[in-house]
Design a protein around this ligand. Structure first.
Ligand code: 26V
Length: 820
């Protein structure tokens, strides 16, 4: 026999009994994956396991859909250009109640569920907070039994994978669909044509009055639906995440093909598919590219056709749309849907403008997620008009109505300029925020402070005109993922001491409070934290070859890299501390590891430089024997949902240090505190409400308030005065500026640091001393483990209010008018 013919021996587990889960997995492997168990790879086992559980989910899915249909209830449609879902297997298995059974079944087949779980790709169809919030909301809507569809784009490439080469961020394509996606169902029959460009014709009646407008697009693509089931807690309801993929209407141009131009024949196909190929990797800068507007219109238009289709399948006219559908705009990215619904109602379904406008406003709600001026979307008129000529006319018509109401409402000229849908400073642009506001009955912010600032700043004049529309819905997080799944140790401990009630009613987590006084419980709590820190240390050692001491204080800042989030403040403080440790070796320094994780937008120069600086500082500090391991800095590459699931449970200290007034809410802050980290933070975003919940003595607050930041800026802020007054800051900035951490290129950080001396828009200098003092207060707390653990326990116990179930119930009751 040749070697190739030698039968290889595979360790084959004994065949499972028919009718058991293990038996189902083996059958799925053979008949649905097409593999012999003895040669199956991890991916095959993963695929087969998902298929087995998926069958049960589908049964519930069909049942949920049927139940909503029969009840004739209102449905929620959540339109979002981003859904940062991460891995789905644990969510689905544990929500449907099969986690332990699947673990055992796989174990009986010799397969470790934790090993195959790691093979599942992390679906990164979002940039950061806004996309992750959409994913938590989908899970919560299913959990609190709100009938909902999420609508978005099925990007072939999600957010880039980040590698750090020589301390520099390198972006690599993400290929999450490489091994197929066992969760999704392609729905070829759910396909809609989407037009772009072309001309608008007006038909007139005998008297020459305009009757109808007919848009004749010059380009068309097909939007095809891919559905993913979203399982709620205990499988109560299964909702649908429907993601659109672009395809050519004529897959190949037959004329070109027949003429022998095979490449040319495929060109159209490539062009259509390019539309949904990649997620824009910026979350703070106006993308500006036409492709982005195409994506926005493509998915908004496909979703609206689908919604209207469903409505007309059940009811005979669209006047009842607001009673049966709540369409929610996740930021302004789907705001063009306002104009599209107006177009469909007026041009296709024969509504008059006024009636269409009434239906539209009663149907839409809009959430604003940022006040940063550079992130507020607007499109040059010429781009908008060329791509969407009919929508341009509709925007003008809406604007005429809006400005009429504004004059009636007594707004002055400057206010009218500010609320107009068309910006006139410089190049004329369509303002998507104002369009979303005008077209919605509810406009909400994502934390109490952010909502107040919306009323005072970007939407001040619209708020004066429509004072009842702006409302607050403080963000939340899905505790199933961000506690039960990512922190099984803490979850088991909590269940043991307070019972299971909190798993269905998160407010019951408060029962944990009284155990904070129990020394024995505190020890067990600390042991769980220790185990989670060891897990993170192992990950760092495997990925980066760096040894970390799990008994050090784990100080963690994980989020997108952005100047307003002030990773730079944290790094400068690390440099100052480094200097102190070297100058005062006799003091009792608290051993601390500063972890950083996060991606920078590829075109954001300073954010990328901050990543480089963190890595430069890490190299110097981590290798300086004078530090004696008392301080380490670690930048963990490729921060994503899966890495977050390991880091959140391992944190002792959570860094939430944005310039006050700039972070709309934050949600990482909630995840870290729920897992027992203490927060060091400014009075920004949801930190303010976290302080109210956990109590002043259990959170470390420092720095200027939002209004103080405003005042400083108004009166002419001089960062140099602060730098001169602070020897520690001054010395740290000079060291960085002078090349102490960049011998290979001493002027690498000159401009970055000069930015702090000269302008310091983000008030690093103004807040530095307060921040450094707050860090020393943290050190003092750390030296009393009993007190620290008590505070950590109280943080976890009091974070239940930040469940996205609470947030969703508020949206349901106060915006969507659906029962929850
Ligand atoms: C804006 C743009 C501008 C055009 C290019 C692509 C792009 C992508 C996203 C955005 C908006 C990002 C806004 C955002 O992510 N806000 C975050 O929302 C979280 C959920 O409400 C909140 O917790 C964070 O504080 C807030 O920064």
């Amino acid at each position: 026999m040749t070697e190739m013919m030698t039968p290889r021996k595979h360790p084959v587990a004994p065949l499972p009994e028919a009718g058991t889960l293990a038996d189902e997995i083996v059958k799925a492997l053979m008949f649905r994956v097409g593999k012999n168990p003895s040669v199956a790879t991890g991916y095959d086992w993963l695929n087969a396991s998902i298929k087995v559980v998926r069958d049960r989910i589908i049964a519930r899915w069909i049942e949920s859909t049927q139940r909503t249909y029969e009840a004739g209830g209102k449905r929620v449609y959540y339109l979002s250009l981003e859904f940062l879902i991460g891995r789905l297997m644990r969510d689905a298995f544990s929500n449907i109640g099969l986690m332990e059974e699947m673990r055992d079944a796989l174990a009986s087949l010799g397969v470790d569920i934790d090993v195959i779980a790691e093979l599942e790709p992390d679906a990164a169809l979002g940039n950061g907070g806004l996309g992750r919030l959409a994913a938590c909301f989908m899970e919560s809507m299913a959990s609190v039994d709100v009938p909902a569809h999420g609508y978005g784009i099925r990007y072939v490439h999600g957010l880039f994978r980040q590698e750090i080469q020589d301390g520099v961020q390198v972006e690599l394509p993400e290929t999450w669909l490489e091994h197929g996606n066992p969760w999704e169902f392609e729905r070829r029959e759910r396909s809609y044509e989407i037009g772009f460009g072309g001309t608008v014709e007006a038909t007139t009646d005998k008297l020459g009055r305009v009757e109808r407008h007919v848009w004749r697009p010059s380009e068309r693509v097909l939007a095809t639906a891919y559905d993913t089931p979203v399982v709620g807690w205990r499988g109560k309801r299964v909702n649908t995440l429907r993601l659109w993929s672009a395809m050519p209407i004529d897959p190949i141009l037959l004329d070109a093909f027949n003429a022998g131009d095979h490449i040319g024949a495929l060109r159209e196909s490539n062009k259509a598919e390019a539309l949904t190929r990649v997620l824009y990797p910026a979350d703070s800068h106006q993308a500006g590219q036409e492709l982005r507007l195409r994506q926005e219109y493509f998915f908004s238009a496909a979703s609206l056709q689908d919604i209207i289709n469903r409505h007309l399948g059940e009811y005979d006219d669209l006047r009842s749309l607001p009673d049966k559908a709540a369409i929610h705009l996740n930021d302004t990215h789907p705001a063009v849907a306002v104009a599209e619904l107006m177009r469909l109602l007026c041009d296709v379904h024969g509504f008059g403008f006024d009636e269409a406008w009434d239906v539209t406003r009663r149907t839409f709600g809009y959430t604003n997620h940022t006040l940063l001026p550079e992130a507020l979307e607007s499109w040059p008129i010429h781009v908008f008009e060329r791509l969407l000529p009919r929508h341009m006319q509709i925007v003008y018509a809406i604007n005429a109505e809006l400005l009429r109401e504004a004059r009636e409402g007594g707004l002055n000229d400057s206010q009218i300029r500010s609320i107009s849908l068309i910006g006139e400073d410089g190049e004329r642009r369509v303002r998507m925020g104002n369009l979303a506001f005008a077209g919605s009955h509810s406009i909400n912010g994502v934390s109490a402070l952010h909502t107040e600032l919306m009323k005072e700043t970007v939407f001040a004049d619209l708020h004066q005109l429509y004072p009842a529309r702006i409302n607050n819905k403080t963000n939340g997080i899905a505790q199933r993922r961000w506690l039960f799944q990512c922190n099984p140790g803490l979850t088991a401990l909590v269940r043991e001491v307070i019972g299971d009630r909190f798993m269905d009613d998160i407010d019951a987590l408060r029962d944990l409070e009284r155990h904070a006084e129990d020394a024995a419980f505190r020890e067990r709590f600390a042991a769980v934290k220790r185990g989670n820190k060891e897990r993170l240390a192992r990950l760092v050692s495997e990925r980066m070859g760096l040894w970390l001491d799990p008994s050090a204080l784990f100080d963690i800042q994980i989020k997108r890299i952005h100047e307003y989030k002030r990773q730079l403040l944290n790094i400068v403080e690390a440099v100052a501390l480094y200097d102190q440790i070297r100058s005062h070796p006799e003091r009792d320094w608290v051993p601390r590891i500063k972890f950083f994780g996060g991606k920078a937008a590829p075109s954001y120069f300073n954010a990328k430089l901050i990543i480089k600086l963190a890595n430069d500082v890490a190299r110097v500090i981590n290798n300086d024997p004078a530090v004696r391991g008392l301080l380490k800095v670690v930048f963990i590459p490729n921060y994503n949902v899966s890495l977050a699931e390991v880091m959140m449970p391992a944190a002792d200290l959570s860094e939430q240090i944005s310039t006050a007034g700039m972070e709309a809410s934050g949600t990482g802050n909630m995840k870290l505190a729920l897992n027992g980290a203490l927060t060091i933070g400014t009075l920004d975003g949801a930190n303010v409400e976290m302080k109210d919940q956990v109590g002043d003595e259990n959170i470390v607050i420092f720095g200027l308030t939002a209004h103080e930041v405003e005042e400083r800026r108004a009166e002419g802020y001089d960062p140099r005065a602060f730098i001169e007054a602070s020897p520690e800051l001054s010395q740290a900035l000079s060291a960085i500026r002078g090349g102490v951490f960049s011998h290979d290129q001493p002027d690498r950080y000159r401009d970055l640091i000069d930015g702090i001396y000269e302008r310091d828009w983000f008030m690093v200098a103004a807040d530095f001393d307060a921040y450094a003092d707050a860090q020393r207060r943290v050190d003092a707390l750390w030296t009393d483990p009993a007190d620290w653990n008590r505070k950590a326990i109280l943080n976890a116990a009091r974070m239940g209010w930040f469940s996205s179930d609470r947030t969703i119930r508020q949206y349901a009751n106060e915006i969507w008018d659906v029962p929850a």
